[in-house]
Design a protein around this ligand. Sequence first.
Ligand SMILES: NC(=O)c1ccc[n+]([C@@H]2O[C@H](COP(=O)([O-])OP(=O)(O)OC[C@H]3O[C@@H](n4cnc5c(N)ncnc54)[C@H](O)[C@@H]3O)[C@@H](O)[C@H]2O)c1
Length: 602
Amino acid sequence: MSRRRYSYLQAVVDLAAFQLVIWAIIFLRSPLTALHGRTVMAALFPTMIALVMVGLLAAFRQYRLRPRDRFWRQFTAAFNVVTLGFLIVVIIGVDLGVIPTLERGLLLFLLLGLVAATAASRVVTYLWLGRRPDFSFKEPVILKSANGHKNGDGSPLILPDSLTVEEIKRAIEGSPYDFAVIIDGGGYYVGTVNDGDIIEADLKPGNEPFPLAQLIDRTHPVADENLSAGRMRQIMIDRNLRFLPLLSGEGKPRRVILLSDLDAKYHDTLQARQSDRVLVIGGAGYIGSVLTRYLLMRGYQVSVLDNLMCGYDALRELDNHPAYRFYRGDARNVQDLLTAIVDVDSVIHLAAIVGDPACALDPRTTIDINYEASKVLVDTCLYKKVNRLLFASSCSVYGASKNGELLTEESPLNPVSLYAETRLRSEEAILNQAAPPLAVTMFRLATVFGFSYRPRFDLVVNLLTARALYDGEISIFGGSQWRPNVHVRDVVTGFVAGLEAPRGVVDRQIFNLGSERENYRISQLGEMVARAVPGTSIKTVDAEIDRRDYRVAFDKIEKALSWKAQVSVPQGIQEIVDAYHQGKFGHYSEKRYSNVKLLQNA
Ligand SMILES: NC(=O)c1ccc[n+]([C@@H]2O[C@H](COP(=O)([O-])OP(=O)(O)OC[C@H]3O[C@@H](n4cnc5c(N)ncnc54)[C@H](O)[C@@H]3O)[C@@H](O)[C@H]2O)c1
């Protein structure tokens, strides 16, 4: 499967192997002739030789051919075929009595054999190995990621070896892939570089730039374009490869096959799914009730699994929807999961005890629901051959940023509460346990705001707005802490963008979900609320009761999923003000609007 460069040494080895086989057959010929008679052997012998020839020529094809290799390969092939042709002709001639004596015929047939065999060899090697190296795909693979995320030439990164390590690193960072295929000046495959190699180079001591040549993995397996998709997938699984460069017969990379794409194809073929059914676990909650409606609106079939900790009111009106199924059950319970996962392609996991105070009430239960259940869920998804799992994590895993610097998905993690800790541990568990065909994606949500079918007034923007409306006064504790914010509808469209993105783009990825523009200090949020609700007085309390303080970058999701948050904090505040005037919710202090109060009274 893997193609190596055709070297001089290889030419010698091929030559020796070929000659060995020929002479072995010749030696075998006498006993065989004695057994079967001359006429039979006259027919059998050329057939045996022809089979050997085909086998050896097929073996040649495993080598990469560059123009300067071609001469050596054709020379070797010609030499072998000349020997072969000569022997065949002479032996058949003697066997059939056409050549009266070996001595008399020798010269004549040596001459004839040389001419004929050399000509044949040139024709065969030229036609088979030279001019027509590109065998078409037996089973074409539709490369969603390659088509969907064009990188100049419409494929994953194929970069020249003239670039520096720094340039390769930037190109990889700027692409949805974590590797690049390296080619030489003539466009021939040299090897691969992945982000791990680059990290290793970065860690090497010394100020000298690290030479690219030392970084390139020249042993990464490559494949012929004529390999079937099923075989490619098997090879990648067996060899633990995430991608496989496909080379033309000449040795130039044509495209790169991603395991995740093959998995998607394989899975689709095997399962022959009737439609896309998404299971939303925790679908009766603040985010889930909006997400469920949005998925139904987009034509998905939706199942919801929820233990109804916050009641069923948010979903009741969907009861008669033909594409909607509801399962009352617990995310910790395997039986409940197995029941709800029937016919499901993708799972979005929202069920949790949400918020620091709610989680602190009963740490053991919090750990069970927020962390242990995530592990059970991955196993269940793997067992039921679910395609995708999207997990709702939180930006609170960052804890605090130094001097208000923007935090990216690669920034250090510093969860400062049990809630944040369980989000982080769940991410790690899901990423560790996941295996094809399950593609997993983590979304680290900013703090959510806005009105929902299950309103929550224990979230900062919502609570400040409700207090301003009901009490005419808001208290800001500390106020200098940064907090990223995202509207609940944007969370929902972000999840669906992830669900619909090519697998290669989202598999095993972590995305901050929000908008850089909506990073605000708590005091700024207070000012915005006061502007939207005239007459609000702001009381600043010196104590900082919340240690979370972080500003977050969202470039990755915007670029990879072509997604952008649409709703600003002032718009979300206005939405709650309007809902209040329309009588859409009761007093903010009612227990149904607060997770901690719901659990305290459970
Ligand atoms: N709202 C935010 O600001 C925010 C921010 C970051 C991350 N998140 C994440 O988003 C997800 C959803 O948050 P939300 O705001 O919609 O919360 P929510 O409390 O409104 O919804 C959670 C839902 O999960 C259900 N649930 C809880 N335990 C369950 C269990 N054991 N089995 C089945 N169902 C169970 C609840 O009944 C509820 O319907 C959570 O995973 C949370 O960590 C939310």
